[in-house]
Write a protein that binds this ligand. Sequence first.
Ligand code: ZN
Ligand code: ZN
Length: 518
Amino acid sequence: MRRRPRVALATVTFGLGLLVALVALAATEAHARPGGGNSYSGGGGGGGGGGGGGGGGGGGGDGVLGAFLWFIFSELPWPLKIAIIVVVVGFYIAKVTLGRQRRGWSSDDGTSWRVAPPAATSPAQSASALSTRRRLEDLRRFDPEFSVVLFEDFLYALYAHVRYATAGRAERLSAYLAPGVLERIRDAHVAEVHTVIVGALRFTGVRGLDDGAAQVEVDVEIESNVAVVVAAGQPEKTTYYMERWTLARRKGAHSRPPARARILACPGCGAPLDAVVEGTCTHCKRVVSGGDFDWVVRAARVVESQERGPMLTTEVPEQGNELPTVVDPAAQARCAVISQKDPFFQWPTFEARVGLVFREFQTAWTQRDLLQMRPYFTDALFDTQRYWVEAYRAQGLRNVTDGARIERLELARVVSDKWFDAVTVRLYATGLDYVVRDSDGKVARGSTSHNRPYTEYWTFIRGAARTGPTRTSPECPSCGAHLAVGMAGDCRYCRAKVTTGEFDWVLSRIEQDEAYTG
Ligand SMILES: [Zn+2]
Ligand SMILES: [Zn+2]
């Protein structure tokens, strides 16, 4: 959809094509989702394991801007149309020119951290969503243990619990769900929930941090794929969902430590979930569903749902490659803070670590070898990757990413909290990307001769207490043996769980460029 029109076309046709493209683009953006986001919501394989990344629904959009442009296009007299086209084409040429200048920019001038110049961040992109995440970090003023990384981990786990509960026993979640939300889940009737995969999670609003409110409220958008069996004996059905949740919590409540981030129990005393009946714990005798102790889902609604399985052989055009990098203005300064704590933390070695993870991931992805990719992913992200690898295997397909290589990395965001340092880079990569059928070796999607460039935002985390050299070859970061782990991410030799970030940088999020908001 964002592919540039062919240059050979005459100017007016070029302009018209562009206008149509802009209408389509506007429609997608108004939806705030990456239509077919290169695989998450089933839109195809994608960018060498980009499968875990951002979401994306199929189908067209219905944006207000799109409708407006259509109106202009169809209703206005020709002279006006041409005037608009001239303006649009001029804007486009200016954008391309600026883009070229930007690509020529290099920071290899002694500073070690490579970032796009701040001007490259589009104000529209950075203003709302980026600040939401940044403002959320402010919760640390009230609760120094709060970590956005862990909050996301918790949300992934809670979301999966809620979806699994649609097959029964929703009342177990009364500590975390407002009665209305619980009621809706009770009303959903499915026999069995097979798989719940969260593909994208975005913070869209935060309230109550800067006023006298006792609680903070957070809005989050979640995209998922859920496979269920509706009635016993019937085939499994996969549905793509886009949901909006609002969660609330007392500002000063204590966040849980990393080891307990994904465990749901009584928020007051830690008793098993079954101890909580209608929001009151039978063990600690307290009402725990009011947000006094932990996050509670106040509202949840499905914005969109589409029934479909993973469409692995559908070619979806790459989107968002040319978008400016969304750079957090504080990223570089925060890097410097980590470097002060750990002199080994420097761009070249971090870049080498990203390269290692990228290469191992590509090879493993192409081979459908889950164990080979396991050491480099956090639990939540690995679950997403596993879903895709198994989906390819189940359909007798293999997504080959031959010659995959990183062309460039840009620093986008750095967040440090009590538990983790998290570094987000925008990765510009290219390589072949095609799907081969196991049965006859024929290509079912993609090209075996043309590279497919793409960009994604990758977030790496490492324990805040960790310092020292990063591993840039496949060795256990704990014992140094050749890296071989079990499915749980534990080293075969020393048993250390190497996927928590406690020992070295591991990948915790992959987001598509058109979905990333900072
Ligand atoms: Zn309790
Ligand atoms: Zn080891």
